[in-house]
Design a protein around this ligand. Structure first.
Ligand code: SF4
Ligand code: SF4
Length: 136
């Protein structure tokens, strides 16, 4: 049977995953995509939006959430968001760690709660097999 992403996850746009005191880190592709999407030059983006610690680049935190999160419109850099944001909450570690799945499922209202762990993994594995980098 062929499954689609919506069988296991539909984002509820609650913004919970954009809250907290840290964000995902940005690799080089993420940085370039974000710069292109924002239409600004690299130095300006770094100054305004990034928190740089040595080689680690994350997005700044403002009022307990990612600087790009807006409570009315959600992610303000959706097309240019880091690939880890696009992957969330379907992290491959779910496939090998039942506890991790439980933690993620509890924190993300978009996950289909009707499925057992085994059913969820079956579909997630199929979706991962179909693409290099699963993106939600
Ligand atoms: S991925 Fe989950 S936690 Fe994040 S906005 Fe969507 S439903 Fe909410
Ligand atoms: S870049 Fe967008 S999706 Fe990622 S944490 Fe920030 S607001 Fe959320």
């Amino acid at each position: 049977m062929k499954y689609s992403l919506s069988d296991i996850f539909v984002c509820a746009r609650c913004g919970y995953c954009c809250q907290g005191e840290t964000t995902v880190s940005l690799d080089e592709d993420d940085r370039q995509r974000m710069v292109d999407d924002l239409g600004m030059d690299l130095d300006a983006v770094r100054e305004k939006y990034w928190r740089v610690t040595g080689n680690i680049v994350q997005m700044k935190i403002v009022d307990g959430h990612c600087i790009f999160y807006d409570e009315n419109t959600g992610c303000m850099v959706h097309k240019g968001r880091p690939w880890r944001c696009g992957q969330w909450p379907l992290h491959p570690s779910i496939l090998t760690d039942r506890n991790n799945f439980a933690t993620i499922r509890d924190s993300c209202p978009g996950i289909n709660k009707e499925l057992s762990y085994e059913e969820f993994c079956l579909i997630l594995q199929q979706l991962i097999d179909e693409t290099d980098r699963l993106k939600c």
